[in-house]
Ligand binder design. Structure first.
Ligand code: NAD
Length: 296
């Protein structure tokens, strides 16, 4: 009988690389589901902050009666900031990368991960749009990499887009699907193509909404209300752009404009706001003003 190379059941210990918006959320869901999670970040303070952030989110869950105190305590006990990349990856059964959306950065990081992670480890990237095959090429064995695209905030959003590239081992894809389920997510499987399913479609709406603000068709708030009340979206495309980060959306639009076509060309208003440092919720202003994390 041939041995299945990768299995979600064998994942006990996870390394999360990049401890920002997505990294801390991925560590959160892994730890709640019973995995030990080591967080590595080039900025050691970010890894420590990420652990505090998960604890604060779980505290909020306990306050709201959604999480019991024992689950919170056990999850927090499974988290740790890693000293360095070797410390994070050394004992990992699964490595998930969530560093900024730059292909060369991810390729350089995975060159090191390849040496440091055990051969049995499933390797995943949380890229929102970059070609997974190009990132996987940094590994001696690209077949063990898949895309696991989580959504922000990870502990709340149910979707995980599992991205299958041409050289991926079928058991790596199946393991990623099962792991996402084990972590409380609903996985979908998508072929490796620019923007996958979610970013490609989501961006069409987001960019068109920005063009409509630019052309004075309606205010940001009214456009968002149109999609909420007219189409049943839980949040409008401009508020969502503020949550994701205008810089993040600009990066994806630039990439998709080259990879798919000019329909994704970033509107001038998006470029202007990013150049002015108006990046959305994280900077306090985007299409809305944000104070203490709340839309004004
Ligand atoms: P972020 O800027 O919040 O966090 C990235 C972290 O990576 C930072 O703490 C940074 O210090 C760290 N970092 C930078 N270089 C590093 C390196 N070489 N090694 C280790 N850490 C390093 O970014 P984010 O929003 O969490 O995005 C991370 C990835 O997730 C991107 O690929 C992004 O496209 C994707 N993503 C983002 C969202 C979102 O809504 N923000 C949603 C889905 C996917």
């Amino acid at each position: 009988m041939t041995q299945v190379r990768f299995s979600a059941d064998r994942v006990r210990s996870v390394a999360v690389l990049g401890a920002g918006t997505m990294g801390h959320g991925i560590a959160h869901v892994a730890a709640v589901a019973g995995c030990a999670a080591a967080l590595y970040d080039v900025d050691p303070a970010a890894a420590a902050r990420a652990v505090d952030k998960v604890r604060a989110n779980l505290d909020k869950g306990v306050e709201l009666g959604k999480v019991d105190a024992a689950t919170r305590d056990a999850a927090v006990a499974r988290l740790r900031p890693a000293k360095d990349l070797a410390d994070a990856c050394g004992g990992a059964d699964c490595v998930i990368e969530a560093v900024p959306e730059r292909l060369e950065l991810k390729i350089a990081l995975f060159g090191d991960v390849d040496r440091l992670a055990p051969a049995h480890a499933l390797i995943a990237t949380n890229t929102s749009s970059l070609p997974v095959a190009a990132i996987a090429a940094a590994l001696a064995d690209p077949s063990r990499m898949v895309g696991m695209h989580f959504f922000n905030p990870v502990h709340v959003m149910k979707l995980c887009e599992v991205v299958r590239h041409d050289r991926a081992d079928a058991s790596a894809v199946a393991a990623a699907v099962a792991l996402a389920e084990r972590w409380g997510k609903t996985p979908i499987t998508v072929q490796d193509s620019p923007g996958f399913a979610s970013s490609r479609l989501g961006l069409v709406l987001g960019l068109e909404a920005i063009r409509m603000v630019e052309q004075g068709v309606a205010s940001a708030a009214d456009i968002d209300t149109a999609m909420k009340l007219g189409y049943g979206h839980p949040m409008g495309p401009l508020e969502l752009t503020d949550l994701v980060g205008l810089d993040v959306r600009l990066g994806i639009a630039e990439y998709l404009a080259g990879a798919i076509g000019p329909g994704f060309t970033p509107p001038a208003l998006l470029r202007t706001l990013v150049a002015e440092g108006k990046l959305g919720k994280k900077s306090g202003e985007g299409f809305y003003r944000w104070v203490d994390g709340k839309k004004q």
